[in-house]
Design a protein around this ligand. Structure first.
Ligand SMILES: Nc1ncnc2c1ncn2[C@@H]1O[C@H](COP(=O)(O)OP(=O)(O)OP(=O)(O)O)[C@@H](O)[C@H]1O
Ligand SMILES: [Mg+2]
Length: 234
């Protein structure tokens, strides 16, 4: 579904990604793990068109998307749920969700999609006229995910959804991500919670200092000495 080849991205003269290649199959959860500053957000932002790669290519469903605008990439079926949620703080829950449906692919079905999102996140329905900034951290993450789903994505890119959440909510977020996969949405998930992530996802890539260090199925990665020592504290 997504194929990233030899991707390099710079901030000015500083290189943040070095020759990264990996691919994602339809209806799987691919996790991207790595330490602070490894380049995870940079990679997601490059895929969703917020950053332009200096070299390499990105194909989605067989079409090149590198160099296209973020808006066009959303229209093609890629939704990016950003790090830090980036909600419209002074807009209501419902308005935030509607902002997610502006893509042509989603606008005409927005009522139906809204119902689906409310079924997935009943707390959002209860709070639909509340301002986003008055929600708890967990509810804000649900709203960010709901808004991302309003564009009816085929591929959902999610950056650190469990950040700052209580352990019970972290489990809930991982359950929701699995249920999205089971509904046929492909997921690219960035997380620092390596154990949980490798137990939830199908495959994973490990980024170290902007380079792809390891890629494989989660069950294989969980058995690797380097992963156990560097990421699982074993
Ligand atoms: N806007 C920017 N300008 C310059 N350098 C940046 C910018 N954003 C990120 N960087 C640098 O690029 C590298 C990768 O950062 P990135 O945010 O992609 O890492 P990350 O893996 O998402 O980290 P975290 O886990 O903290 O979110 C880091 O060295 C960071 O300092
Ligand atoms: Mg990041």
């Amino acid at each position: 579904m997504l194929e990233v080849k030899n991707l390099s991205t710079f901030y000015g003269k500083i290189q943040a990604l070095w020759d990264v290649s990996f691919s994602i199959k339809e209806s799987e959860i691919m996790a991207l793990v790595g330490a602070n500053g490894a380049g995870k957000t940079t990679l997601l932002n490059t895929i969703s068109g917020l950053l332009r790669p200096t070299s390499g290519s990105i194909s989605f469903l067989g079409k090149r998307i590198d160099g296209l605008s973020p808006h066009t990439i959303v229209e093609m079926g890629v939704s990016h749920i950003p790090e830090g949620r980036k909600l419209f703080a002074d807009m209501s829950v419902r308005e935030n969700l509607e902002m997610g449906a502006y893509a042509n692919r989603a606008w005409k079905n927005k009522g139906e999609t809204l119902e689906q999102v409310y079924r997935l996140f009943p707390a959002l329905k209860e709070r639909e006229s509340q301002l986003a900034r008055t929600l708890s951290g967990g509810e804000q993450q649900m709203l960010a995910m709901g808004r991302g789903l309003m564009s009816r994505p085929k591929l959902c890119i999610i950056d650190e959804p469990s950040n700052g959440l209580a352990p019970k909510l972290v489990l809930e977020v991982f359950q929701i991500i699995k249920s999205l996969r089971d509904q046929g949405i492909t997921i690219l998930l960035v997380e620092q919670n390596v154990r949980h992530t490798l137990e939830t996802a199908d495959c994973a890539c490990i980024l170290e200092n902007g380079r792809l260090a390891l890629e494989g199925t989660c069950s294989a990665l969980l058995e690797m000495e380097h992963v156990k020592k560097a990421y699982l504290g074993l």
